[in-house]
Design a protein around this ligand. Structure first.
Ligand SMILES: Cc1cc2nc3c(=O)[nH]c(=O)nc-3n(C[C@H](O)[C@H](O)[C@H](O)COP(=O)(O)OP(=O)(O)OC[C@H]3O[C@@H](n4cnc5c(N)ncnc54)[C@H](O)[C@@H]3O)c2cc1C
Length: 416
């Protein structure tokens, strides 16, 4: 029901997906007064999602701080290494891209990260949001208007409700309405590819390795899940990907075993496949007057190295830290110089990852024979797809100075 007297909160988060949910939990646990608007009806189950996410250890620590990782740990598979293989025999037979020993703090025995099925992740975040009584939830609702002024930001919902807040955070995904309403422009393009994702029962032990076989169309990846299951991420051209997702389980099983069984061993398909079209989208800025963006509202990157939500969790950790500092200093939560600090902190990471993934995708998902020597050199010269390796190392290393405190494993109480 629309409210006639505008409700005021310190922070209004628009978008209650994985980014908005985790951000809402952290801010409410830290004693901020938080409202959360989401288009999804919280009484309905999520639409099926056949993906599994690779979350690196720093990202996992943010989920721990939010009390989400604890709900997932029994169903999460530790990620121990990442491998690149050549499906066509052009490149060296196997190149280990990255292993747990590559991290500076490998002696702690922590894995690179965890693989978790998205259905489980969504439910765990929703459960934790519902446990946070301090979060005022407006759902199913969407935002239709935004106005900012010297005292507050005003947001109008589709049912006419007006909400006010000191700061509005856009966590409303790649098509962010808040980003558009705040006048923040984006750049981007379609990759004309889609990823087919499905859960598999594997025959060969996966040993915690995420394996990718590069092919002309794009990589075919099998990512490790519990009980020696795997998550297939098959990068295809868009039309082929969408058609593949329409196959029955039996048809898909025959297709992938016929094409890749000699590489990945026998695979059984455990659920219906889905296809995810791939786009690049980057916001030109992360902030506007009384507005900050996090997660896919800032950037949608190619999921070649499973980076998107990892970047979003770093945004969240950085923004939470800055808002706590503003509160301690007695500054407005929308203080322009503090928001600028957030932007400076997070902008480069997102853009560099997006461009690295874009470059790798163009170089490796390409049948141009002129590129074959380059590909061979890239893998065999030990550079092992250097930008990918660097991006992975940067994401996986969780103890570098300059990373937000929650990513480095500091407890939430240290921020308050
Ligand atoms: C094939 C594939 C594989 C991937 N694998 C990985 C991986 O392994 N690791 C990883 O870290 N990342 C991965 N990603 C990236 C990851 O999916 C995203 O980065 C992440 O889901 C973004 O979450 P978000 O909450 O920012 O956005 P979303 O999940 O899009 O959530 C946005 C929320 O905002 C709500 N909303 C939208 N508009 C409005 C509005 N106007 N008003 C109110 N609410 C609104 C929506 O209902 C939704 O709840 C992958 C992506 C793809 C496509």
């Amino acid at each position: 029901m629309p409210t006639t007297i505008p409700q005021k909160s310190q922070i209004l988060i628009v978008g209650g997906g994985s980014s908005g949910g985790v951000l809402g939990i952290l801010l409410s646990e830290l004693g901020f007064d938080v409202s959360l608007v989401d288009t999804r009806d919280p009484t309905l189950p999520f639409l099926p999602d056949s993906r599994a996410f690779a979350l690196v250890r720093g990202a996992w620590r943010v989920l721990e701080a939010a009390g989400v990782a604890q709900k997932l740990i029994d169903e999460a598979e530790p990620l121990l290494s990442m491998e690149a293989h050549d499906a066509n025999g052009v490149l060296p037979p196997a190149a280990s891209l990255f292993g747990v020993d590559d991290l500076p703090d490998s002696d702690r025995g922590e894995p690179l990260g965890y693989m978790i099925e998205v259905d489980l992740l969504n439910n765990a975040i929703r459960e934790r949001v519902q446990q946070c009584e301090a979060i005022k939830l407006y759902a199913p609702n969407s935002v239709t208007a935004l106005a900012t002024g010297p005292d507050c930001a005003r947001v109008t919902l589709d049912d006419g409700t007006e909400l006010q807040a000191d700061l509005v955070i856009g966590a409303d995904g790649v098509g962010s309405a808040i980003r558009d309403l705040a006048g923040i422009r984006t750049i981007g393009w379609s990759y004309e590819q889609a990823v087919v994702a499905v859960t598999l029962q594997l025959d060969q032990p996966h040993h915690g390795a995420a394996r990718q076989w590069f092919q002309e169309e794009g990589p075919f990846a099998v990512l490790p899940l519990t009980e020696n299951r795997g998550n297939l991420a098959w990068f295809r051209n868009e039309a082929a990907g969408l058609a593949t997702a329409k196959l029955s389980r039996e048809e898909l099983e025959a297709e992938i075993n016929g094409r890749f069984g000699h590489l990945a061993g026998p695979m059984k398909v455990l659920r219906d496949p889905l296809a995810y079209p791939l786009r690049l989208r980057l916001a030109e800025t992360l902030i506007a007057d009384r507005v900050a963006l996090v997660g896919d509202a800032v950037r949608r990157v190619n999921p070649l190295a499973g980076q998107g939500f990892n970047l979003g969790l770093k945004d969240i950790a950085a923004l939470v830290e800055i808002l706590c500092e503003s509160r301690k200093l007695g500054l407005s939560l929308a203080d322009g110089s503090r928001l600028e600090t957030y932007q400076q902190w997070r902008r480069f990471d997102g853009v560099s990852t997006a461009l690295a993934m874009d470059g790798i995708n163009r170089a490796f998902s390409n049948s141009n024979p002129l590129l074959t020597p380059f590909k061979r050199l890239a893998l065999s010269a030990g550079t092992a797809i250097a930008p990918l390796r660097r991006a992975l190392a940067a994401q996986a290393s969780a103890d570098q100075p300059g990373l937000p405190a929650l990513v480095r494993g500091q407890p939430l109480s240290a921020l308050g």
